[in-house]
Design a protein around this ligand. Structure first.
Ligand SMILES: N[C@@H](CC(=O)c1ccccc1NC=O)C(=O)O
Ligand SMILES: [Zn+2]
Ligand SMILES: [Zn+2]
Length: 201
């Protein structure tokens, strides 16, 4: 079993301008309360997280409308390092693919700062995955589109092809191959996405 989740730490690098993860103390035993509690604050797109289609499509499914079966089941890890934009040719010779494909683009296990230059996925790759029956694409990069994209071409290709998105994985040192993916997003009603705990086994 391998945990491929980025640990959320206070100040975890975030999409520029977005809300960082933090815990704001509410009740404190040290202050005379019976228990400790916190307010959990974070963007829905911090660290390892899923996108619900509503993130990039007003008419798309919100998180509670996406079946858990999307996120759990057979998957393949493919290596796709060294690209600005990952081309469809990374699937050459990959054979039959399961419904979930995770791409290692070379991101390190820990982000000290937000990686502003990362590998995006090409719309052609998204379409080629969908043609092979893939329903979920995952990446170790913070997004499937480049940081400065205004048109979100890969997200739009996912919308058109019905491919769900998992972002911000830690795939450093994971051997390419076949696994079972267990990705459990927080059950946030109405969410456009959510942090997820993700393991491979
Ligand atoms: N596409 C990125 C997030 C993203 O685009 C974003 C996240 C927070 C605030 C603004 C964002 N994009 C704005 O154009 C993602 O899915 O994680
Ligand atoms: Zn996201
Ligand atoms: Zn996204």
């Amino acid at each position: 079993m391998r945990d491929v989740t980025r640990q959320l730490t206070p100040g975890h690098p975030n999409w520029p301008g977005d809300e960082p993860y933090r815990l704001e103390p509410r009740l404190r035993i040290s202050g005379g309360d019976a228990v400790n509690t916190v307010l959990i604050a974070t963007s829905s797109h911090t660290g390892t997280h899923v996108d619900a289609p509503f993130h990039y499509d007003d008419a798309g499914l919100q998180l509670h409308e996406v079946p858990l079966s999307v996120w759990v089941g057979p998957c393949r890890v493919l290596s796709a390092t060294g690209f600005d934009v990952v081309p469809a040719s990374v699937l050459d010779g990959a054979g039959d693919l399961p419904e979930r494909v995770l791409l290692y683009t070379g991101q390190p296990a820990r982000w000290e700062t937000f990686p502003t230059t990362f590998s995006a996925l090409s719309p052609e790759l998204i379409r080629a995955l969908a043609e092979r029956g893939v329903k979920l694409v995952g990446t170790d990069a913070p997004s499937v589109d480049p940081l400065t994209s205004k048109t979100l071409d890969a997200h739009m290709a996912c919308k058109e092809a019905g491919v769900f998105i998992l972002e911000g994985l830690d795939l450093d040192g994971v051997a390419p191959g076949a696994y079972e993916l267990v990705c459990l997003p927080l059950p946030l009603w109405g969410g456009d996405g959510a942090p997820a705990r993700v393991i491979l086994r």
